[in-house]
Design a protein around this ligand. Sequence first.
Ligand code: ATP
Ligand code: MG
Length: 387
Amino acid sequence: MEHLLAISFGEIFLKGKNRNVFYKTATNNIKRNIREIGYYDMYTESSKLYIKADKDKFDSLIKEIKKVFGIAYISEVVKCEKTIEDISRTSIQLIKYYKMDQGLTFKVESKRTDKSFSLTSPKLSAEIGGDILAEFKDLKVDIHKPDFTVFIDIKSSAYIYIKRIKGLGGLPLGSSGEGLLLLSGGIDSPVAGYLMAKRGMNINAIHFHSYPFTSKRAHQKAMDLAKILSAYTGKMTVYSVNLAEIYKAISKNCQRRETTILSRRFMMRIANKISEKYEYQALITGESLGQVASQTIESVSVINESSSLPILRPLIAMDKKDIIEICEKIEAYEKAIEPFDDCCSIFAPDLPVTKPKLKYIQKSEENLDIEKLENEAIDSMEIIEIA
Ligand code: ATP
Ligand code: MG
């Protein structure tokens, strides 16, 4: 039996003429993820990608392929001759191989891409189902809710499989432009980056710290989160910007209650300037409506006014518990809850304005040399490449 991995692509096939580009992008992302593990060959046949590799590498290959967006299923398939006898024999071998021969229900599902094959799909399924029943007296057919399904694809050869692992779904990375993620050290922003990457957006990140008011460890935590995220987003550039002077200027010249909203607007303007230089098309934040006092619709609106780029907020309507669930799934949660101060928590006012008015905020900003403060922060930023 020749074992192969087969990849079925998801949503990308809904997208008409973009389909080839998406397909190529997803295939390249798979290649990049599995290059180090190694495989012999890869080919496509009517909408599936087949990978030849050592069988003992399948588990590690699957683990990496599972991190690629745009995949509906990954299955371990066996390739055989396109004859009823061979298909039947291979199906029976597979059931034995997976030890599924006792007390279970099953069905056979065939798909005939090669229309010249002598039997129609339903007839082939019935025929093979009959052979399986004759071989294993303990198995029963249940076409509605079977314990397992024997899938048969008739192409240039026959491909048979039982196990199907769900992929991440989404669109292949690189098919939806370039975004800049505002990455703090918290739970929300890594999830926001993951979700936009899942929609095919290439992600780079910007992190604001206030060293020496915040520790090196807090900075490292954000870099560690970027590293965890990069398992999904591929290599990523992180711009690390020190806001200490900006916070000092705010606390000297403005009302303490306005610190959060004023600093958020600085973050947006700086992120816009960096995006202009590096050609990012959107900013991404982990804001969620009403989650904290600064995430009111009034704040969202005053923050928006400071950005000419669209600000994408994939968590805006999500509950914290659902955000945490995704954070755990992408293995970022343990890191995200490590207790290090972020710049906002150090300078955060006890009673922040929750319903800021643009004209008052703009009035406060007149007390600051915004251009100079921003340019100094950008000139001294560090650029870190996360592999
Ligand atoms: P998170 O869990 O992502 O830290 P949060 O619930 O703590 O979010 P806020 O602190 O209000 O919420 O921040 C809202 C969003 O603003 C964050 O999700 C992030 O996108 C951005 N942000 C906040 N602080 C920083 C920072 N120090 N560096 C970069 N982005 C930041
Ligand atoms: Mg935070």
